[in-house]
Write a new protein. Structure first.
Length: 229
C-alpha cells in the first residue's frame, strides 16, 4: 500500500541510532528477519520509523492514509539547506547505491495495520520493506495491480509463500477492513446514472450536483446522478 493527498508538512520523530518501532514485538522480529533477507544497509536503520497508529503515521508523513490500507511506506527526503544546494556529491568507484549520494537526514516511514492475522502482519512488513529497498537502490516502483505485479512476485520470493496464497490473504484482510468500515459508516444513499445505470453507493449525500464519470469525464447535466429510494 501507499498514501493519499497531502494534509500538512511531514513531522517524523527525531532520528535515533536504532530504528523507532511504535508497535508490537512481532513487528520488530519480522523487521530484523526481512531486513537481513533483503540485504538492506545497516546505516538506513537510523532513518527508519514504524508505527501501528494511523494518526501518528499521518502526522509523521503529512499525508492522509486511506482507511482501507493494510500498510504503507513513505520516503521523506532530507531537508535541503543552502549549503547542500551548492554541494556536489562525488560517486565512489565500485558503489552504485544511491544511498551513498544522499545527504543524511532522509526518513523511511512505515505503517502496519495492527488488526490483522499474524501471517498478514509478516507479509505486510516484508511488502513495505521491499518498497524501502527499491528506494535505497534508486529504483522505486508503483503498484500496477496489488497482488499481480512485480512487487507481488518479489514478495512471494522473499517470504516463501505462493503468489495465490498472498492474494488470498490480501483479499481476506481487505474484505475484513471493508466490513469494519461499513459497520462504522454504513451505506445510506444510492445514486444512479440515468443513462448507463451505473450505481454509486454513498455514506453521505453529495453536497453538489454530480454526473456519471463513466459516461463523461467532465460534468454533464445529461448524466446527472439521481438519488434512488
Amino acid at each position: 500500500m501507499v498514501a493519499e493527498r497531502r494534509s500538512g508538512l511531514p513531522a517524523p520523530p527525531p532520528r535515533q541510532a536504532d530504528p523507532i518501532i511504535h508497535g508490537s514485538p512481532i513487528i520488530a522480529g519480522w523487521l530484523t528477519h526481512y531486513w537481513q533477507k533483503l540485504r538492506l544497509p545497516d546505516q538506513e536503520l537510523a532513518g527508519l520509523a514504524i508505527t501501528q497508529d494511523r494518526q501518528e503515521y499521518m502526522r509523521w508523513t503529512g499525508k492522509r492514509l486511506n482507511m482501507l490500507a493494510l500498510g504503507c511506506y513513505c520516503y521523506v527526503p532530507a531537508p535541503i539547506t543552502s549549503r547542500a544546494k551548492g554541494q556536489k556529491h562525488a560517486s565512489l568507484p565500485g558503489f552504485t547505491d544511491t544511498a551513498l549520494k544522499r545527504p543524511p537526514g532522509h526518513r523511511h516511514l512505515i505503517f502496519i495495520e495492527p488488526d490483522m492475522q499474524p501471517q498478514s502482519i509478516e507479509v505486510t512488513v516484508a511488502h513495505e520493506l521491499i518498497h524501502l529497498a527499491d528506494r535505497v537502490r534508486g529504483t522505486p516502483r508503483r503498484h500496477r495491480h496489488h497482488g499481480y505485479d512485480s512487487i507481488a512476485a518479489d514478495e512471494a520470493a522473499v517470504t516463501g509463500y505462493q503468489l495465490e496464497e498472498l492474494r488470498n490473504l490480501l483479499r481476506e484482510e481487505s474484505a475484513r477492513r471493508e466490513h469494519q468500515r461499513r459497520e462504522r459508516h454504513p451505506i445510506r444513499y444510492l445514486y444512479q446514472c440515468p443513462n448507463c445505470g451505473k450505481e454509486y453507493p454513498r455514506t453521505r449525500r453529495y453536497s453538489q450536483a454530480v454526473s456519471c464519470s463513466t459516461c463523461d469525464s467532465h460534468y454533464n447535466s445529461q448524466f446527472r446522478l439521481l438519488l434512488r429510494g
